[in-house]
Design a protein around this ligand. Structure first.
Ligand SMILES: [Mg+2]
Length: 145
């Protein structure tokens, strides 16, 4: 699948650290033959990708639409629709389908979200859905909790 990860508060904290296990999870997803894309409402964040050594793992870096999600892909130069998105902003996740993650702010010793994301991706690959409450099917408009 073409999996799109948001930057701020999804993989990157306010303190400029990566969420724990981001690198390992992206490596595993790539090994599983997924294509990893990084996008952000703040533009093409190559500086983050390069600083945190994600460049060999990603197939593209784009600006993310923050409204009219499908309609604006072409305008922003995103050449295809994401198959699955990971984001702390629930509307994006509902628009394309994927995983909502609680915002990551600061480096801390316990954060299992990346493992959870990996499990949900695999649920989706094997069954087309996931029982995890952080999974959202494409087009859903449901409150998270
Ligand atoms: Mg974000």
């Amino acid at each position: 699948m073409k999996i799109f990860f948001d930057v701020d508060y999804t993989i990157l904290g306010l303190d400029d650290t990566l969420r724990p296990n981001t690198l390992e999870t992206l490596e595993q997803l790539k090994q599983d033959k997924h294509e990893i894309y990084i996008w952000s409402g703040m533009g093409e964040r190559w500086e983050v990708v390069e600083k945190h050594q994600l460049t060999p793992l990603v197939s593209g870096v784009y600006e993310k639409p923050t409204h009219h999600f499908h309609e604006r892909l072409e305008e922003l130069g995103v050449p295809f629709e994401p198959d699955f998105v990971i984001d702390d902003y629930p509307e994006v996740v509902s628009a394309f389908g994927g995983v909502w993650v609680p915002p990551y702010f600061f480096k801390r010793s316990f954060d299992e979200e990346m493992n959870r994301i990996y499990r949900i991706v695999n649920d989706f690959v094997h069954t087309g859905t996931s029982e995890d409450r952080q999974y959202r099917a494409k087009g859903t408009i449901v409150p998270l909790f």
